[in-house]
Design a protein around this ligand. Structure first.
Ligand SMILES: [Zn+2]
Length: 118
């Protein structure tokens, strides 16, 4: 999806355009959490576990423990599934994390002396 104001691509889940600050209109047919990709940070091997845990809101630690248990019990089949997921899941797209738009002009520092509230 692209920004309605400047046309720049907006990362799914962002509430504001990272380029111009335009508020993003919510699109109900584009669920944010279901996007599956391998994050660039927090990978242990290829980021498959991290991708699943991020996409579905799971904790990363039990996902990795479960995979390790499955690898131990499955005698190689989970490793094959992991490699398939590695191939199928795309890399995380580069994006600027959604954050409040700050104007590039230097802002005056707020006064440090606070008035006593009486
Ligand atoms: Zn924009």
């Amino acid at each position: 999806m692209n920004c309605t104001a400047c046309g720049k691509e907006i990362y799914p889940g962002s509430r504001f355009c990272s380029n111009c600050g335009q508020a993003v209109v919510a699109q109900p047919f584009q669920p944010v959490k279901s996007r599956l990709y391998r994050p660039r940070n927090g990978r242990m091997i290829a980021g498959v576990c991290a991708g699943f845990s991020q996409a579905y809101g799971w904790d990363i630690v039990p996902v990795r423990i479960l995979l390790a248990v499955f690898v131990f019990l499955g005698c190689g089949t989970p490793i094959l599934a992991y490699i398939i997921a590695w191939i199928v899941m795309p890399d995380e797209p580069y994006f600027i994390p959604a954050q409040p738009y700050t104007h590039p002009v230097a802002q005056p520092a707020p006064p440090s002396s606070q008035q006593p509230s009486t």
